[in-house]
Design a protein around this ligand. Structure first.
Ligand SMILES: CC(C)(COP(=O)(O)OP(=O)(O)OC[C@H]1O[C@@H](n2cnc3c(N)ncnc32)[C@H](O)[C@@H]1OP(=O)(O)O)[C@@H](O)C(=O)NCCC(=O)NCCS
Length: 163
C-alpha cells in the first residue's frame, strides 16, 4: 500500500471511495458521494493550497482511502484545519488509517495549520481510539446530531492543538 499526495488523476478513484463509505450510512455525514465535478474542483483547490490531502493506493493503483485537512479560509481562523478520512471496508483495521492520519497531520503542521479539528459519530469507536492515540482531545458532544434510518447518533467534536 502506498500513501501519495492527491492529484487530479485520482479524482475518480477518490470520488468512488467517498461514495462507498457514504453508502454504508454509518461513519460519515453523507449518504452518497458528491458529483465527480465537485470532487475534481476539491482536488484542484487542495493543489492550489487550500489544505492537505493524502490518498492510500493499493498495488493495482486503486485508491482505497483518503485523509484531508482543509484550512478554514476566513480571517482569524486560518490556523485551523478540518480533518476528514475514510478507507474502503477491506482495508480497515490494519494500521493504514493510523499511517494516513499521522502523515496528514505532519504535512498540515508544515503548511502552518496549528489547530486540527474534526467531528466523529460517537459509535465510531475505532476512529475515536485512533484520534485519541494521536493526541486529539474531545471538546464537546452534539447530542442526537443525526437521525438516520430511525437511529440517533451523537457527534463528538475533537481537536489537536499545535505543539
Ligand atoms: C476510522 C478509520 C479511518 C481508521 O483506520 P484503520 O486503518 O481502520 O485503523 P487502524 O488499523 O490504523 O487502527 C486504529 C486504532 O484503533 C484501534 N481499534 C481498532 N478497532 C477498534 C475498536 N473497535 N475499538 C477501539 N479501538 C479499535 C486499533 O487497535 C488501532 O490502535 P493501535 O494503532 O494503537 O493498535 C477506518 O476504520 C475507516 O475508514 N472507517 C470508516 C470511515 C470512518 O469512520 N471515517 C472517519 C470518520 S470521522
Amino acid at each position: 500500500m502506498r500513501i501519495v499526495p492527491t492529484g487530479e488523476e485520482h479524482a475518480e478513484g477518490f470520488n468512488a471511495v467517498v461514495d462507498a463509505v457514504a453508502r454504508e450510512r454509518r461513519f460519515i455525514g453523507f449518504v452518497a458521494g458528491p458529483p465527480l465535478e465537485s470532487t475534481r474542483e476539491f482536488i484542484r483547490s487542495i493543489l492550489g493550497g487550500a489544505g492537505i490531502q493524502l490518498l492510500a493506493v493499493n498495488p493495482d493503483d486503486m485508491v482505497v482511502g483518503w485523509c484531508d485537512i482543509v484550512r478554514n479560509p476566513h480571517e482569524g481562523f486560518r490556523h485551523v484545519g478540518r480533518l476528514g478520512m475514510g478507507l474502503l471496508p477491506g482495508y480497515r483495521g490494519r494500521g493504514l488509517g493510523r499511517q494516513l492520519v499521522a502523515q496528514a497531520v505532519r504535512a498540515a503542521r508544515k503548511a502552518g495549520i496549528e489547530r486540527i479539528e474534526l467531528e466523529v459519530f460517537a459509535s465510531n469507536e475505532r476512529a475515536i481510539a485512533l484520534y485519541r492515540a494521536l493526541g486529539f482531545a474531545t471538546e464537546g458532544i452534539k447530542r442526537q446530531a443525526r437521525k438516520l434510518d430511525g437511529q440517533y447518533e451523537d457527534n463528538v467534536f475533537m481537536a489537536l492543538l499545535g505543539e
